[in-house]
Structure formats: structure tokens, C-alpha cells
Design a protein around this ligand. Structure first.
Ligand code: MN
Length: 498
């Protein structure tokens, strides 16, 4: 399925005509060199498009409105090479609606000590012009990203790349449509939420269908299609019969193949990019969708268990933001299950009943078929694996009744000490930053859910920038978090965001 459109970002350089045409020709030349270098860096996920230098109210307003109207443009990168009187930007910025990056850079890296004169100073004064521009963006209270540094440094380019992915998330958020084929699990609070407000804030469309409507699509899948997909499963994954009859095992797997094909057809026809299920509301489905949902997540669909549409949309959003990442390590729905509290070995064992995305797998993936202790259906087939080691983020979007809050925890994934042969689900094991105790206490103070959207390929900075663009609160729990500071932040935010 489509995970992200081919987007471009416009590079708009600000200046004025005070210093004459020769200076302006240098400004244009310099910004073209920067754009060329950014495009050739191999670091950015999208093309940067150079635009003629902006020197008047009229041109600024016209250019920013053209950016609004251009469906390929996911945002504008602004840089004031020389001084650009910021009143010139007011009308354009008032009408601009797309992600905005203020790249605070300078054409020359070093001060040319031997030759520097006032002409050079007038021509190369981003330190001066970018402050004038930054002032008006702040005064107008416009959400934007500021990145400072030399344009040809890899670290700066990587930060631009990270912002581009956030901008794509901002642009694509309003194209996320979540298919609810069951309501939220009865009595559960944290998976609930205001769907109207979610559409106003994030642009998400969240629709419900009777489960049997999608089950009909599963029933209509041809035996030939099911057999072909089961063959693919058997060639791609290890089969762990665990004492079951091979034919009976294969029939269970085939049920999931039918669900994968039927669900995908339903979602494609009706244009949904995320889905929720509920083990207690399966209609005529023979098994809780397990392997099938895992495969759909791998293809880019968002998912949330027990009707959790907020997490489903977040998983989809994070899959869009990470689409095409070189050597991507994976993004999945996840759930906090059980702790290891042995000193020095603390961490959280993460899993779900079945539905963990195989993009986060490390090593071989096997199919198992085991009873589910909940619900009343056949033993569902599922993909079982352990996950990669390394840094990731876990994000939880909660509804506080009058507003949303996004909680993001930096986590470090590790291997568990020993295999867990009796556990028939995919797992991850992580240590929250700054440590399990402070991380978990902070998460609970902030009201975070047991369900999360997890990714190895995003940073808390990217998610905070996305939240800021959506106009919602974000709370980061990372290596710098202390309980005292976090509790104060929650108190202050409750005033700011009320
Ligand atoms: Mn769950």
C-alpha cells in the first residue's frame, strides 16, 4: 500500500534590495549552491526546490500561497541570507498553512579574516537577518522548526531530514482513515476518546463497521488465493507445530490467510489505512486476526487492539513518517505486559495477544498456533519472534476529557536473558529512560496507556514537533527526566492547555 507521496520542500531565501543587484545575484547564487548540496547529500528523504529570492511583500505572499496550493509541496524552508525586513513577511505568513522550517545557517563557514570588509558584512548577515525574521514568526505565534548550523554539515542535514519526515506526518495526518470493526473493549478507559475532536485536531476519519461486513469479504476469498498465500507463509516463516497435526495446523494458518486477503480488500476498497479489532466481537470470523493483522501492519497499516483507534492511527502515522527510511528497523503496535524487577536487569516485557508487527523482528520469524485465553474462537495462528536491540520511542496518545496529550518515552531495547519457549507471542523487551523506576512513574503520572505506538526509526523530537503542529500537548520522558520536573511540567501544561 501507499505509505507516502512523493513530496518536495521549497527553499525560500529572504533578502531586500538595499544592497543592490550585485549583492542579490550573490544571494541567489549562494542559495542555489546550498539547495544543490542538500539534494546531493543523499541524506534528505525528499527533493528541495529552489525558489527565487524573496524581497517584497507581494512576492513573499504570492510564493507562500503557491506553496499552499502545490499538492507536492510538504513545507517551506526559509533562510534570511541578508537582512529581510520582517514586516514584509506578515501577510504571507498569515496565509501560509504548511510546515515551516527556519534554517538558520550562513553561506560561509569561517569568517574571512584577511579580506572581510563592510560589503562582505552586508552580504552575509544571516546572524542578523534570521533574528529579524525569527522575531516576527514568534510574535505571530506561528508554529515552526528552527535548525541552526552550517548547511553542509551532515548533522544539520540529518536534522533537516528528520524535520521533513515530521512535515510529511503533518501533511499526511489528515489522510488517515481508521476502520473500526468493533467498539472499544467494555469498561476500558484509556482506549476511549473523542473521535470528533480527533478529526478536528488531527484530520483522522474514524468509522465503525459491523464485524460481519468485513467477515463477508473474508468468506468470499477464493481457495486458490488462500492456498497461494499459505504457500508464501510456509516458505517465508518457520513452522512450529509444537505437537499439533501438520494438516490441522495448516488449516488454522489458512484461516489467517483468508483474513489477510479479505481484510486488505475491504480496507483498499473503502480507503482505510488503519484498523482496530476486538477479541470479544468477532462475528463470523473463525479466529482473532493475528498473523493476518501482523502482515497488514508490515504492509504499512496502522493497528490497535481492543478497539484502540487512537493507537491504530498513531501506528499508521509513524509508519508514514518512517516510510523509505534507509535500513529502517521497524514500527509496531505494542503493549506493556510484565516487568523484570531484578536489580541491574530491570525492564518491561512488551507484547500483545498476537498483533506485533514483524518489521521490528530480529532473526527468524516462526508461525505458532496456540489457544487464546480470551474469546471463544479457534486457536489463532500468529507470527512469533523477538525484536531488535537498540534505541526506540514508545508513544501514547491519550484523551484527557477536554484535550489530547501525547506521551513519548525514549526506550532502549534489549534481548531477554533466556529464551521463553512457552510464550507463543512476539515480544520486545525495553528499559525506559532514564530508568525503569523513573520512566514508569513518569508514564503513570502523565496518564500514559498500556498500548503504545513504537518505532526504532523516529525520535521524541520529531513526535513533539508533530504534536506542536497539531496544537496538542506533548510530554517527553527521556534521560533528563526527573519526577519533580515532570510533575511541575504537567501542572503548568494543565494551565496552558486548558
Ligand atoms: Mn491490548
Amino acid at each position: 500500500m501507499e505509505t507516502a507521496k512523493k513530496y518536495q520542500f521549497w527553499f525560500c531565501t529572504g533578502s531586500q534590495d538595499l544592497y543592490g543587484d550585485e549583492c542579490l545575484s550573490h544571494v541567489a547564487e549562494h542559495s542555489q549552491i546550498i539547495v544543490k548540496a542538500l539534494n546531493q547529500s543523499g541524506v534528505l528523504p525528499c527533493e528541495v526546490v529552489w525558489k527565487p529570492t524573496l524581497i517584497t511583500n507581494e512576492l513573499i505572499r504570492k510564493t507562500l500561497n503557491e506553496a499552499n496550493a502545490d499538492e507536492h509541496c510538504a513545507g517551506v524552508i526559509t533562510w534570511m541570507h541578508t537582512f529581510s525586513p520582517a514586516k514584509s513577511w506578515i501577510l504571507g505568513l498569515q496565509e501560509f498553512r504548511k510546515p515551516l522550517l527556519h534554517l538558520h545557517t550562513q553561506f560561509n563557514r569561517e569568517i574571512p579574516y584577511d579580506t572581510i570588509d563592510m560589503d562582505f558584512m552586508n552580504e552575509n548577515q544571516a546572524a542578523h537577518g534570521d533574528r529579524e525574521y525569527g522575531h516576527i514568526v514568534t510574535r505571530m505565534n506561528i508554529e515552526r522548526k528552527v535548525i541552526m548550523g552550517f548547511w553542509d554539515d551532515r548533522e544539520v542535514q540529518e536534522r533537516i531530514a528528520g524535520w521533513m519526515r515530521t512535515a510529511i506526518g503533518i501533511m499526511e495526518s489528515s489522510h488517515i482513515r481508521v476502520c473500526r470493526i468493533a467498539d472499544n473493549m467494555r469498561n476500558v478507559a484509556v482506549t476511549e476518546g473523542d473521535k470528533v475532536e480527533a478529526q478536528i485536531k488531527f484530520g483522522w476519519e474514524i468509522d465503525a463497521y459491523p464485524v460481519n461486513e468485513i467477515a463477508e469479504y473474508v468468506d468470499q476469498v477464493s481457495q486458490g488465493d488462500i492456498d497461494a498465500l499459505v504457500e508464501e507463509y510456509y516458505s517465508r516463516y518457520q513452522i512450529h507445530l509444537e505437537g499439533r497435526d501438520p494438516e490441522e495446523f495448516r488449516r488454522h494458518v489458512a484461516v489467517q490467510a483468508g483474513i489477510e486477503i479479505g481484510f486488505e480488500k475491504f480496507l483498499e476498497e473503502k480507503n482505510y489505512q488503519a484498523i482496530v479489532t476486538h477479541f470479544g466481537d468477532l462475528g463470523s470470523l473463525k479466529q482473532l486476526p493475528g498473523l493476518a493483522i501482523q502482515r497488514l501492519m508490515e504492509k504499512g497499516y496502522g493497528f490497535g487492539g481492543e478497539g484502540d483507534w487512537k493507537t491504530a492511527a498513531m501506528v499508521r502515522l509513524m509508519k508514514i513518517m518512517t516510510a523509505g527510511v534507509k535500513d529502517a528497523r521497524g514500527t509496531s503496535f505494542m503493549e506493556d505486559y510484565t516487568y523484570n524487577l531484578v536489580p541491574g536487569k530491570e525492564g518491561i516485557l512488551e507484547a500483545h495477544m498476537l498483533e506485533v508487527c514483524p518489521t521490528i523482528a530480529d532473526g527468524p520469524i516462526s508461525i505458532k498456533c496456540q489457544p487464546l485465553s480470551m474469546g471463544n474462537r479457534e486457536d489463532p495462528a500468529r507470527l512469533v519472534f523477538t525484536s531488535k536491540e537498540g534505541h526506540g520511542i514508545a508513544a501514547s496518545l491519550i484523551d484527557l476529557g477536554n484535550r489530547f496529550r501525547l506521551i513519548i518515552n525514549d526506550v532502549n531495547c534489549k534481548k531477554v536473558e533466556k529464551p521463553m519457549p512457552k510464550l507463543p507471542v512476539a515480544t520486545n523487551f525495553w528499559v525506559p529512560e532514564p530508568n525503569l523506576q523513573v520512566g514508569a512513574e513518569s508514564w503513570i503520572y502523565a496518564g500514559g496507556a498500556h498500548h503504545t505506538a513504537f518505532s526504532y526509526d523516529l525520535t521524541s523530537e520529531q513526535m513533539c514537533d508533530w504534536a506542536a503542529a497539531m496544537g496538542i500537548e506533548s510530554i517527553v520522558i527521556d534521560k533528563n527526566t526527573t519526577i519533580h520536573q515532570l510533575r511541575n511540567e504537567l501542572r503548568w501544561n494543565s494551565v496552558y492547555y486548558r
